[in-house]
Design a protein around this ligand. Structure first.
Ligand code: NAD
Length: 466
């Protein structure tokens, strides 16, 4: 079956009449075709977005709730499509990916109703702030959480009164179109949400350079993010960039190892290691290093991370080959692979075994580049200062976790770690209100809560002479 764009409230065949292959990474089988978008399709989507009616906030709120209810009623259908595109387990899609997407819709529908703006009084004047929509905004999303990241951007953009043109990853396109069709079904006016499929180099470029686009919200790799920033900045578009990571987990000898070791294993292997926040560098205090490494290998082999059962595949055969190439590199760089270390299961599938690597220098490529698979490198340290220096050593700065019972140390490290998010004795615990985003090469701007509502709007000051 071919998947078309969704433009102006209906399925829209690509002007190119060309379709890319959509492949199930668990089997290597072709699922169907994906519309290969070009500048002509982007033009149609932007025209539809510009023509979409402006809705009152109550109508936007009602539509977001109606969309959530509609998708919830068809949760199996959405979860199956997400699992087929991405290689995730159906269970993960049913329990995490789709429910989180519904939460995004409902959270921002509620949040926009609590929006407030300021009033600044003067002796003889009064200022008030008008917060208004930007107009047409673009969202560009990756393949690791297709529906969750799509809705994480869509919901605040719609809540604030914008029209959206979304460009999902060409690797995981299905649920974005399903969501757009569902939005139309529950009453969203034509053009409020448009989805254009295709390659980043074609569709993405046309979107990012079009003057009708007022803002671009991008989640993906640092290289693509920098490219988009370079295109958008001369046109003075608003840009939000959520990029890559090589996140440290810092584990001290005073941590409760019964909690900490499963915690750092989860940080390393969840979603087959394909989370921007994954703790792919584990720094361990030397006095407990041997015990932690032993326990970590046991965790990796114990059953929570079994490819094809409790852990999904990687997103594609190409990505599996990329992750595999790092195993040879790790050996060249002096690493010892204690478990995993390569693909598993049928050759056509993109399954990869959870992998623990030791003995690598902290500054080698394996320990500093984003591998984006179920691979963790483990490094000993002697002092807190050394751990901090190792943690901050990489150009990325997205997430970090600190495992210790010494809260004074935890606060000290939290302030000093160059990382947009720090978790203490936990990892990836999320509250939708908190600022989400990276430092250094991990991004620009913040998503979540009021940060997202502010991104998708502009504040204007009105001053009255009294
Ligand atoms: P990617 O950068 O290759 O692609 C992301 C999206 O950008 C896709 O839709 C792609 O088609 C599009 N794109 C590619 N080239 C483009 C261009 N020139 N112009 C416009 N759009 C273009 O990333 P990916 O491989 O899909 O995703 C994995 C990456 O995403 C990892 O680096 C991961 O860390 C990052 N990520 C970051 C976060 C975060 O919140 N910081 C969350 C999830 C994933």
């Amino acid at each position: 079956m071919n998947l078309d764009h969704w433009i102006a409230g209906k399925a829209y065949a690509p002007a190119s009449a060309q379709y890319l292959d959509n492949v199930d990474p668990k089997t290597g089988q072709r699922i169907g075709g994906i519309a290969q978008g070009t500048a002509a399709d982007v033009d149609a989507a932007l025209a539809a977005a510009e023509a979409a009616p402006k809705l009152a906030v109550a109508d936007r709120v009602q539509l977001l709730h109606a969309l959530a209810d509609e998708v919830e009623g068809r949760i199996e259908e959405f979860a199956e499509a997400e699992a087929r595109d991405s290689g995730k387990t159906l269970q993960a899609c049913l329990q995490v990916d789709v429910p989180r997407s519904l939460d995004n819709l409902r959270f921002f529908a509620a949040a926009v109703q609590r929006e407030e703006t300021a009033c600044h009084q003067m002796e003889d004047g009064l200022n008030y702030t008008l917060r208004q929509a930007l107009g047409t905004v673009v969202t560009i999303t990756p393949w690791n959480f297709p529906l969750h990241l799509f809705t994480w951007k869509l919901a605040p953009a719609i809540a604030m009164g914008n029209a959206v043109v979304a460009k999902p990853s060409e690797v995981t396109p299905s649920t974005a179109t399903m969501m757009a069709a569902a939005f139309t079904k529950v009453g969203a006016p034509a053009g409020l949400l448009n989805v254009v499929h295709g390659l980043g180099a074609d569709v993405g470029e046309s979107l990012c350079t079009d003057p009708r686009v007022k803002a671009i919200s991008f989640t993906g790799s640092t290289a693509t993010g920098k490219h988009i920033a370079g295109q958008a900045s001369p046109l003075l578009k608003k840009v939000s960039l959520e990029l890559g990571g090589k996140n440290p987990s810092l584990l001290f000898a005073d941590a409760d190892l019964d909690v900490a070791v499963p915690g750092v294993a989860r940080a390393a292997f969840l979603n087959t290691g394909q989370i921007c926040l994954c703790g792919s560098r584990l720094l361990v205090e030397r006095s407990c290093y041997d015990e932690v490494v032993d326990r970590l290998v046991q965790e990796a082999e114990a059953g929570d991370w079994t490819p094809g059962e409790t852990m999904g595949s990687l997103v594609s055969a190409d990505h599996r080959d990329k992750v595999t190439s790092y195993m040879a590199l790790a050996k060249e760089e002096g690493g010892t692979i204690l478990c995993g270390g390569g693909p598993v299961g049928p050759p056509a599938g993109a399954y990869f075994a959870p992998t623990v690597i030791t003995d690598l220098p902290i500054s080698c490529r394996t320990a500093t580049e984003e591998i984006f698979g179920p691979v963790v490198t483990v490094h000993p340290f002697d002092h807190e200062d050394e751990a901090l220096a190792m943690a901050n050593h990489v150009p990325y700065g997205l997430g970090a976790s600190v495992w210790t019972q010494n809260l004074t140390r935890a606060h000290r490290l939290a302030a000093a770690l160059e990382s947009g998010m720090v978790w203490i004795n936990t990892w990836n615990k999320r509250d939708y209100r908190v600022p989400f985003g990276g430092m250094k090469q991990s991004g620009l701007g913040r998503e979540g809560g009021r940060y997202a509502l502010e991104f998708y709007s502009q504040d204007r000051n009105i001053c009255i002479q009294l």
